[in-house]
Write a protein of this length. Sequence first.
Length: 234
Amino acid sequence: MGKEEQVEEREVLDSIFPEEITDISDTEYRISIQLDLTDDDHGGDDEPSEPPTLVLHVRYPENYPDEAPMLDLSPPQNASAHPHFSVAGDKARLLSGLEDTIQENMGMAMIFTVVTTLKEEAEQLVADRRKAAAKAREEVLLAAEREENKKFHGTPVTPETFMSWREGFLREMRERELREEEERLAELKKAKVKEPAKLTGKQLWERGLVGKGDEGDDDESIPLEQVEKLKVEA
């Protein structure tokens, strides 16, 4: 019974996948499955033009289809790397996703259903990753745009930013007032210490401010302010 169903299923699969199926033995074969990726989900220029392909290895146990087939996945030879799909990396996840399909179809020829489910799961996996990558790229662009806009809009005013600015402003004003006061006191101190200029006796005689009899007082000096006062009174 099992053998007849296996042969019959194998003939049906030959008609469905004439180019994709390859015999290994009477009970073992492999099917090449190329994913169909829509342009709407295209992941950008980093993706190869050729969509990814995976190879499903099928081996019938003696009691198939009353017993689950033995399945495995591998990439085709010389396959190009794809940014959103890896047979080696996604193998466990994809095979695990076939368990429900196998259990639901026990007792019936199921390989076509397995291939269909596997293909849909792999395509959905790629689509989800493309969307995630597109969203990440969009977030990067939006973050860069927000940073650029900050240059034109400045920092938003909030109670916290206003209080921080106010404290800084008042501190700056106090420092400026203190600095100006210190400069003012320094100028006053400098003005008080400065002494009026004095003239020697000789300089007074040369200017006709004293008589010649006063020449002996050369070594003494008279404040210029007093001399100016004498000149005014004369």
